[in-house]
Design a protein around this ligand. Structure first.
Ligand code: 9G3
Length: 566
C-alpha cells in the first residue's frame, strides 16, 4: 500500500485527553480517532491490526469447536423482559425506540439472543453440546469512559456461548475455552494470568478472568509469591487465622472524642493501634440496612458482602439514612446498641478482638474496652475484608502480593439461569425434558489490541510483535526526486508485493526526518530504507524492536525478509 494515498494522520504532540501510552500512541500514529467520548473509529492501520487480533481469536475459537455467527446488535426489549434483565441494568444499557415506538437495546451482551435462538432450534440431547460465537461491537454506556480503547462505550468483543446437557459437559466446554483463551493471549505475545474471579450478577459459580499485567490496569490481582494461585482481589478469600488476644475483658467505658472523626484520629486520641479499633460502615443490601464491622486496619469488601447476602444490589447507606437509623452520622458509628432493623455482620477478625474501641452511635463519643459477645451481637461472622499483601495465600502456599491487570477475557459457568428463564430445554436419552446449562465466554478484542500496545512500545512509538503489525515491511524512499532512488524503491515495492509480503510504501514527498519519525511511531517490525547507496543497489534494513541494522544487496532483499519472518 502507498502511504501517499492513505488516510494515516500522524501527530507530533500527545493528545491532551490521552493519559496512557496505548491511547497516546494509537492516536498519534493515526491508528484510531475518537468520534465521541468512549467511541472510536479505526483508521486503515488500526483496522488491519484489529483484524489480525480478530483472526487469532477466530482460529482458536474454530479449533475449539465453536461456530461463528453474527447476531443483531439491535435486541428487542421483550427478550430482556423474559430474562428479567431489562430492569436490572440501568443507564449502562443503551436503549432506543424504533419508528413504531417499540423498545430495543443496543447489544451489551448476547445471552438472551443466543438462548432464544437455541431454544427454538434445539430439542434433543443429540444436538448438544453446542458452542457458538460472534465478533461484534458491543454497546455499554460507561459512566466514565477512559484510557482510549481500554474502556469504551462501543467496543469489539468476541462473545461465545456453550449450551450443555449436563454440568460435566459444561465443565468440558469451560476447560476447552480456557485453553483456547490461553492460546489466544500467548499468540498475542501478552504476559497474562488467568485469575479466579467473582461471577457478579451473572450467577453461576466458576469464573475466571484473563488479566494482562499492566500498571494501568483497573483490576487488582492477588497472587501467591510461591504458587500459581491468582484471584481478582474482589473475591480473593482471606485464609488468615486469627489468634484470640487472651486479654481479660475490662469494664466498658464511654469517652468523649470531641473532634476525632477518622479511625486514625480516634486511635491516636485514645492511644491505641488501628487494629484495636472497630470500623463500622452502613450499607443498603437490596432493601436491608446492614452495618458491616471490621477491625480498624482492614477494608470492607463490598463484593463479598453482596455474595454473603446473594444480593442483586449493594450500596453505601446515605448519611441521612444513617442518621435516621442510628441517630448519628459517619465518624462515630459502632455495633453497640444498634436498632434491630439494622443487621450487624462482622469480619472473622472481629470475633477474636478484646478491649477495643468503637463509635458510641453518638457524635463526639466512643466506647473503649468493647468486647464482642458481651457488648454487641452479630448476625454473622464472615470473610468480609479485602485480602492484603502479606496475607497467607488461600491455597496455603506462600504469601499474597498485588499486581494490576487489564481484563481482556472472562469465562463464566452460567448454569441454568438463562435456559430456565427463557425455556431452553431438550429431551434427554430417556426422552425426559431437561433444562440446558450454559457457559459464556468473552474476549475484549479492541481492549486486547490496546493491551498489546501497552506491553509493546518505546519512547519513539509502538513496537508490534511480528505477527500483529499492520504490515510486515515499511519501505521508505528517502528522496523520490533522485531517479535511482525512486526507481529502486518502486521496483522493490513491486517485488515485495509479488512475493506476498505485506508492505507499506512511504512514497510521500516528505523530509527523511518526517518519514523516520512516522515509521518509528507505526511500529512496523522491519524497515527497508532506499537512500544514498541506491546507485550501488544497496539498501538499509532495520528491525524496529531491537534497532539492529543491516546493509543488504537489493537483489537478495526478498530472501532476507522471508528469513527474518521465518
Ligand atoms: C448489560 C450491560 C453491561 C454488562 C452486562 C449486561 C457485563 C453483562 C456480564 C457479561 C457476561 C458475559 C458474554 C461474553 C462474556 C461476558 N456488563 N455483563 O451481562 F446489559 Cl449494560 O457480559 N457475556
Amino acid at each position: 500500500m502507498k502511504q501517499s494515498q492513505m488516510l494515516v494522520p500522524t501527530l507530533k504532540e500527545i493528545p491532551a485527553d490521552a493519559e496512557i501510552k496505548s491511547h497516546q500512541l494509537l492516536v498519534r500514529a493515526g491508528y484510531i480517532r475518537q468520534i465521541a467520548s468512549g467511541i472510536y473509529s479505526y483508521l486503515p492501520l488500526g483496522r488491519r491490526v484489529l483484524k489480525k487480533v480478530e483472526d487469532i481469536v477466530r482460529e482458536e475459537m474454530d479449533k475449539a469447536g465453536a461456530h461463528e455467527m453474527l447476531m443483531s446488535a439491535l435486541q428487542p426489549a421483550e427478550l430482556w423482559e423474559e430474562s428479567g434483565r431489562w430492569h436490572t441494568y440501568g443507564s449502562e444499557l443503551m436503549r432506543l425506540h424504533d419508528r413504531h415506538d417499540r423498545e430495543f437495546a443496543l447489544g451489551a451482551t448476547h445471552e438472551e439472543v443466543t438462548t432464544s435462538l437455541v431454544r427454538d432450534a434445539v430439542k434433543s440431547y443429540k444436538r448438544l453440546p453446542l458452542m457458538v460465537y460472534q465478533i461484534q461491537n458491543k454497546f455499554r454506556d460507561e459512566k466514565r469512559p477512559r484510557f482510549g480503547l481500554l474502556r469504551g462505550r462501543e467496543f469489539l468483543m468476541k462473545d461465545a456461548y456453550s449450551f450443555n446437557e449436563s454440568a460435566e459437559s459444561l465443565d468440558q466446554s469451560y476447560e476447552t475455552m480456557f485453553k483456547a483463551y490461553s492460546n489466544v493471549f500467548t499468540r498475542c505475545g501478552l504476559d497474562f494470568r488467568a485469575v479466579i474471579a467473582d461471577s457478579g450478577q451473572m450467577g453461576g459459580k466458576d469464573t475466571h478472568e484473563f488479566m494482562v499485567l499492566s500498571e494501568v490496569g483497573e483490576d487488582v490481582i492477588a497472587y501467591s509469591d510461591t504458587s500459581d494461585y491468582a484471584a481478582n482481589i474482589e473475591m480473593a478469600p482471606v485464609a488468615a487465622e486469627y489468634q484470640a488476644s487472651g486479654e481479660t475483658p475490662k469494664e466498658l467505658e464511654k469517652v468523649e472524642t470531641p473532634d476525632q472523626k477518622t479511625m486514625q484520629e480516634v486511635a491516636d486520641f485514645l492511644g491505641h493501634e488501628l487494629s484495636k479499633g472497630l470500623k463500622s460502615i452502613m450499607f443498603k443490601v437490596d432493601e436491608q440496612y446492614v452495618m458491616v464491622v471490621t477491625r480498624g486496619d482492614h477494608e470492607v469488601n463490598d463484593v463479598k458482602l453482596k455474595n454473603l447476602y446473594d444480593a442483586r444490589m449493594v450500596e453505601m447507606a446515605s448519611e441521612e439514612d444513617t442518621r435516621r437509623l442510628l441517630g448519628t452520622g459517619f465518624g462515630s458509628l459502632g455495633p453497640v446498641n444498634v436498632p434491630e432493623e439494622v443487621e450487624v455482620v462482622a469480619d472473622y477478625a472481629v470475633e477474636k478482638v478484646a478491649n477495643v474501641s468503637c463509635g458510641a452511635n453518638e457524635s463526639g463519643y466512643h466506647f473503649t474496652n468493647v468486647n464482642p459477645g458481651r457488648d454487641f451481637k452479630v448476625k454473622d461472622y464472615a470473610d468480609l475484608r479485602f485480602i492484603e499483601e502479606g496475607d497467607p495465600s488461600p491455597d496455603g502456599q506462600g504469601k499474597i502480593k498485588f499486581a494490576r491487570g487489564i481484563e481482556v477475557g472472562h469465562v463464566f459457568k452460567l448454569g441454568e439461569f438463562y435456559a430456565e428463564k427463557m425455556g431452553a430445554s431438550f429431551l434427554d436419552d430417556q426422552g425426559k425434558a431437561k433444562t440446558m446449562t450454559m457457559g459464556s465466554y468473552g474476549i475484549g478484542v479492541s481492549r486486547t489490541l490496546a493491551a498489546i500496545v501497552e506491553q509493546y512500545n518505546d519512547d519513539r512509538g509502538i513496537t508490534w510483535p511480528k505477527n500483529l503489525a499492520p504490515y510486515q515491511v515499511h519501505l521508505l524512499s528517502l528522496n523520490p526526486k533522485k531517479e535511482e532512488q525512486k526507481e529502486l524503491a518502486d521496483d522493490l515495492y513491486e517485488q515485495l508485493q509479488a512475493a506476498g509480503i505485506e508492505v507499506l510504501y512511504d512514497d510521500r514527498k516528505e523530509r527523511a526526518g518526517v518519514k523516520f519519525a512516522d515509521s518509528d511511531l507505526f511500529g512496523i517490525p522491519l524497515r527497508i530504507t532506499v537512500g544514498k547507496r541506491a546507485g550501488e543497489n544497496i539498501v538499509e534494513v532495520k528491525a524496529r524492536q531491537t534497532g539492529e541494522q543491516d546493509e543488504v544487496e537489493s537483489a537478495s532483499i526478498i530472501e532476507y525478509v522471508k528469513n527474518w519472518y521465518k
